[in-house]
Write a protein that binds this ligand. Structure first.
Ligand SMILES: *Cc1c(COP(=O)(O)O)cnc(C)c1O
Length: 495
């Protein structure tokens, strides 16, 4: 059955998957959502006998219904190949009574690679299907990981350009080095004087600038987004939850149909939303544990039903979760409002204006499968230390937030269901914070010295992504104010 995509902010005009991928964001500022969530059409047992690529096809074909089998398989094969340093693509690692789903084996060692290694292929295929002649300009705001993963995906891809805005003082040294050393004539990396929310709001504003869009079209350009607001990011993320379940089943860790819990370190709410979609496709998931760092706006929301972004923005050791406006939550709000675009638009305009909205008791019932909690900086560091000391497994800071929240959940509920914890980055991406958590003595060492120490400690080879940037020259040094983002885009495109 065909799946069409509606905007979360207005009724009517549903578009095909390929059109939604090309547009990124709907013209009314809403996000594209499937008109229904399709059910898995293969049994869990059948899926348990498949490779990652095969599972990805079985999931994605249900959402991207205007892609042919050849088109989709071609995209999947080009994405999930030797760029990943393991054939399993997303291996599951058992440690201290939980299963860590390692989503960081792609080229930039964060989970963003899971979707961004396929998005460029989905986008080019979509452009071809829709007879698009314009060059596609990917505009991206990043809290650190999306930027590099998108750059790696789109660099050198013909018919595309990519512009990445990141908060100049809001990413880790390794994250920044990864981005500013990015090669490729079609790439631009800009540090903005503001935080991630400023970058994301600025990008959304440029997207909905109709005048600029017309001007761009006249010059042969059109925007799209590589942010997790793009449905082409969300759909590939559903696959690894299905894959994780079927791995547990294949390894006889669970019985067919047994409920598992999923724990996700959350920022923009994309990753956990993908798990929610997987659950609604019939995957036996019990609770969805939403883990936040000190920017605990989502924890407060799940606890009170009020979303309030009016608070201090905290810079933490898990920068990819330093977010107060979780864009993808809008897709959940729309759903629990009974797919009522008017209601959702009203709430989003409150968020835009006063920065706060409250959902009704009826809507809150729709959140019953979620559990929210958070880990502060000390708890996160303590969890890294605990895991290292008890089982020698070194977590990155983001995964540690999730792991700490899972421990809190266990203590509160005693729920013994098996848990899959989304492990969203390699510890090598946040080396200093990770090593300091294990022992303060490391703080005096240089960034790359620390990398070598971590390698010894964790008994893990230094990933290629890190080796590459040790000596790579900086090729991007542009900075701008938040209100200069649009001019920066114009300048790069020469319009
Ligand atoms: C992006 C990111 C997150 C947050 O994921 P969302 O989909 O934005 O909620 C968590 N951890 C890491 C390492 C990330 O890069």
């Amino acid at each position: 059955m065909e799946v069409l995509y509606n905007s979360t902010r207005s009724k009517g005009n549903p578009v095909k998957a390929s059109e939604a991928i090309l547009k990124g964001l709907s013209e009314d500022g809403g996000l594209f959502v499937p008109d229904h969530i399709p059910m898995l059409d293969k049994s869990l047992r059948e899926l348990a006998g498949m490779t990652y690529q095969q599972v990805a096809y079985e999931v994605m074909k249900l959402y991207l219904t205007d892609f042919t089998e050849d088109e989709l398989k071609n995209c999947i094969d080009r994405a999930y190949d030797a760029k990943f340093d393991t054939d399993e693509i997303a291996p599951l690692r058992e440690a201290s009574g939980a299963y860590y789903l390692e989503l960081f084996h792609g080229s930039t060692i964060a989970f963003k690679d899971m979707a961004l290694s396929i998005l460029p292929h989905l986008m080019i295929t979509s452009a071809r299907k829709n007879q698009i002649k314009n060059e596609i300009v990917i505009l991206t705001a990043t809290s650190g990981d999306t930027g590099k993963a998108a750059l790696a995906g789109f660099a050198g891809v013909e018919g595309t350009r990519i512009i990445v805005f990141y908060p100049k003082n809001g990413v880790s040294p390794i994250q920044e080095k990864q981005m500013v050393t990015q090669k490729g004539d079609n790439t631009l990396v800009v540090g903005i004087h503001g935080n991630f929310d400023d970058a994301q709001t600025g990008v959304k504003k440029i997207f909905s600038d109709k005048e600029l869009a017309a001007e761009m079209d006249a010059k042969g350009f059109q925007f799209s987004s590589a942010n997790s607001i793009n449905i082409g990011r969300l759909v590939p993320q559903v696959c690894y939850y299905v894959y994780a379940y079927t791995r547990l089943l294949a390894e006889r860790k669970i019985a067919d149909g047994e409920l598992i819990n999923v724990v996700v370190p959350t920022g923009n709410f994309g990753n956990i939303l993908a798990a929610f979609y997987a659950k609604n496709m019939g995957l036996p998931i019990g609770k969805l544990l939403c883990a936040s760092n000190d920017n605990k706006v989502l924890y407060d929301f799940f606890r009170t039903g009020t979303y309030d972004r009016n608070r201090e923005f905290m810079l933490t050791s898990s920068p990819s979760m330093d977010i107060l406006i979780s864009s993808n939550l809008e897709r959940l709000i729309y759903r629990i409002a009974g797919e009522d675009a008017d209601k959702n638009r009203e709430l989003m305009s409150l968020l835009n204006g006063r920065g706060v909205y409250e959902i009704s008791p009826k809507m809150r019932e729709g959140l019953k499968d979620f559990y929210g909690n958070y880990a502060d900086e000390a708890e996160t560091a303590a969890e890294i230390r605990r895991m290292y000391e008890t089982c020698g497994y070194v977590l990155d800071t983001h995964t540690a937030v999730a792991s700490a929240v899972y421990q809190k959940y266990l203590a509160e509920t005693g729920d013994t269901a098996k848990a899959v914890i989304a492990s969203t980055a390699s510890p090598f991406k946040f080396t200093r914070s990770v090593m300091n958590a294990i022992d303060k003595k490391y703080d005096s060492m240089g960034d790359f010295e620390l990398v070598d120490e971590l390698s010894k400690l964790a008994k893990v080879k230094v990933p290629n992504a890190i080796e590459e940037i040790r000596t790579a020259p900086v090729v991007h040094d542009k900075q701008c104010e938040v209100d200069e983002m649009k001019d920066t885009v114009r300048e790069f495109l020469g319009i």
